[in-house]
Design a binder for this molecule. Structure first.
Ligand code: BES
Ligand code: ZN
Length: 620
């Protein structure tokens, strides 16, 4: 071989080797989408397992300890984490201390935490503590709990708050497994989104393991004087002692729900499905933390009337926790699919009519949300662009109810059998991975639409404003009866007492109250309340929609003002309280809203505080 040929051969061999590795590495390095809500660069260096070792200090209201990560990198010289309002004490790489650097503090994203690494680095450990600005945590005093005897701690990670209590690569696409050691006062029990204890430990020391890889926003911790009560071998409830039996009764159908869900879309892969009922300041109805849903006590109505929330959080075990939105712009993939799945579970347990009532309530919510966005049409797209914004801004009923309506319309177009085969395949194929809107559309086109030669205006649904003309019509017979009754009541052919005596379920009552015409007189409003006693309703949903109407109608009889104030002082569920403060604002009663809010604000979690501060234009 002459020298020229030799060189060419050498170059060729080198290229075969290096070009294939580059290609491989490129594939690997392109596997994470661009997430504008995280500083992490997972394509360069990524955390795969977290070993959390922390202590909860109830006196100082801080969590402190170490977050140690097993990492993988492709030749990167650094690994980047997200951190917000944390004190970082020290960082080590494979046991040796290294100098870290913190980037500038963005009010929404927090800071980047950059740690230098060498090529073969395996373990990065960060010792840190939280501060009084840590937004994920809510420390509650005994008065804010059900039993009034011990303090309580809860965390809320979604959307980008996990970085406020654990330095972490806080993008939903960075899935990791975790183990945790958590030390708490010995009177209290600690539980996490992991394998959990069923009884208190002797010394306040708890160990946890989450073997399946999950997104950072799903890491959660609750600490309180909790007890456990089993519903079935794989389902059960945690609550404070005074609540546990009531909670156990309320959620007795949990095993049936898991069963129905499995029959629809495949095996429940998280082994255990438990629910912890938290104190009323918990800012959400529910949060789908894997193996351990967090829930508000406002759904413990005594009559199992609000349990669709459990079906919703359970459904996230597939849509969200198994197949996860890649970025917060794709949030509708989590929530729209979950509402659809929730309705299917409710239908399987309680029938089509019940599911249609729930769907109709969502349809009305959607109409109201669309109306409120009439000068901001881009906010009504399913796929959002939240760059530079707090992802919380995109978390309204568009993702939920327009997302649902899209899937229901799709179901009505292709038929239920094909829909279910498609969805089951979708969850199975993409289990433990993340999904972008674009990837979903491609999958939908090839696996459902083209295969079945169906045309569907998918881009219209996803990238355009409002609701397309082909949207499914949701009809509920039970709600039609309510609408007829409203007409008769308005005309005076149905009396207040006849109306209240109707054998309506909670959803029908909700539908009735929400649709009381704006034009009815205050006298008629008063006689209605005298007859039905809505102002002292014990069902939280009924109370909330009634209070909203009371504010709208400038109604003050039957002590309603006191009931509203009490409600706002104890309940921190953002959807409920924001509905009421918004009603005050719309009714030109901003001063009244601010007066109550100033007193109630210390009882609320930071996510509720942020929303209401913005709404009322206050800051403290
Ligand atoms: N994952 C959400 C709660 C959430 C959304 C937290 C966005 C943070 C940011 C949860 O599954 C949910 O949707 N909860 C609803 C209940 C539901 C029945 C619609 C809620 O809290 O009201
Ligand atoms: Zn949800």
């Amino acid at each position: 071989m002459n020298i020229l040929k030799k060189t060419a051969f050498l170059l060729f061999t080198l290229c075969v080797v290096s070009c294939t590795t580059t290609k491989k590495e490129m594939n690997k390095s392109n596997s994470y989408a661009n997430d504008t809500h995280s500083y992490a660069k997972p394509n360069e260096a990524v955390a795969k397992h977290l070993l959390l070792d922390v202590e909860v200090d109830f006196d100082k209201e801080v969590i402190k300890g170490t977050a140690a990560y097993s990492i993988e990198s492709t030749n990167a010289s650094e690994i980047v984490f997200d951190a917000k309002n944390l004190k970082i004490h020290q960082t080590t790489v494979d046991g040796k201390e290294v100098a870290f650097s913190l980037g500038t503090n963005d009010p929404i994203l927090g800071q980047s935490l950059t740690i230098p690494i060498t090529k073969n680095a395996k373990k990065v450990a960060i010792s840190y503590e939280t501060t009084d600005k840590t937004e994920a945590l809510q420390f509650l005093n005994p008065q804010q709990t059900a039993d009034k005897a011990f303090p309580f701690l809860l965390t809320q990670g979604q959307a980008i708050l996990t970085r406020t209590w654990i330095p972490i690569q806080d993008s939903p696409q960075v899935r990791l497994t975790y183990t945790a050691k958590v030390k708490v006062p010995k009177e209290l029990m600690a539980i996490m989104s992991a394998e959990n204890p069923k009884v208190k430990s002797e010394n306040g020391q708890y160990s946890f393991e989450m073997r399946q890889p999950i997104s950072p926003y799903l890491i959660a911790l609750a600490v309180g004087d909790l007890v456990y009560k089993e519903i079935s071998p794989r389902t059960g409830v945690y609550a404070e002692k005074s609540m546990i039996d009531k909670v156990h009764y309320e959620f007795a159908d949990m095993e049936k729900m898991v069963n129905a869900a499995e029959n629809l879309y495949g095996t429940y892969v998280w082994d255990q499905f438990d629910v912890v009922v938290l104190p009323p300041s918990f800012p959400f109805g529910g949060m789908e933390n894997p193996r351990l849903t967090f829930a508000t006590p406002t759904v413990v109505a005594g009559d199992r009337s609000l349990t669709s929330l459990i079906a919703h959080e359970l459904a996230h075990s597939w849509s969200g926790n198994l197949v996860t939105n890649a970025t917060w712009n794709d949030f509708w993939l989590n929530e729209g699919f979950t509402v659809y799945f929730e309705m299917r579970i409710m239908e399987a347990l309680y029938g089509k009519e019940y599911a249609n009532m729930l769907a109709s309530i969502g349809r009305q919510d959607l109409a109201e949300q669309l109306e409120s966005f009439h000068d901001k049409p881009e906010a009504t797209h399913l796929k959002l662009d939240l760059k530079g914004k707090n992802p919380d801004d995109g978390m309204n009923s568009i993702a939920y109810d327009k997302g649902y309506l899209f899937l229901r319309t799709l179901e009505e177009t292709v038929g239920r059998y094909k829909m279910d085969t498609f969805l089951k395949g979708y969850f199975n194929k993409h289990a433990f991975s993340t999904m972008t809107t674009e990837k979903f559309i491609k999958y939908l086109n090839t696996e459902l639409l083209e295969k079945n030669k169906v045309s569907f205006n998918i881009n219209d649904w996803v990238y355009n404003a409002g609701v397309p003309a082909n949207a499914a019509k949701i009809v509920s017979d039970k709600f039609q009866k309510v609408e007829e009754a409203i007409e008769n009541w308005k005309k005076g052919t149905l009396s207040d007492h006849e109306l209240c005596a109707k054998d309506w379920n909670i959803q029908q009552k909700i539908h009735f109250i929400r649709n009381i015409p704006a034009t009815i007189s205050i006298e008629k409003f008063t006689t209605l309340d005298n007859a039905c006693q809505f102002s002292s309703a014990t069902n939280s949903y009924i109370a909330m929609v009634w209070f909203e109407q009371a504010i709208n109608h400038n109604y003050h009889a039957n002590n309603v003002d006191v009931h509203i104030e009490n409600f706002l002082m104890t309940v921190g569920r953002r959807w409920y309280v924001s509905t009421l403060y918004r009603a005050f604002k719309r009714a030109d009663k901003l001063e009244e809203a601010k007066r109550i809010y100033e007193k109630a604000r210390p009882n609320y979690h930071s996510v509720t505080v942020n929303t209401i501060d913005d709404m009322l234009g206050v800051s403290y």
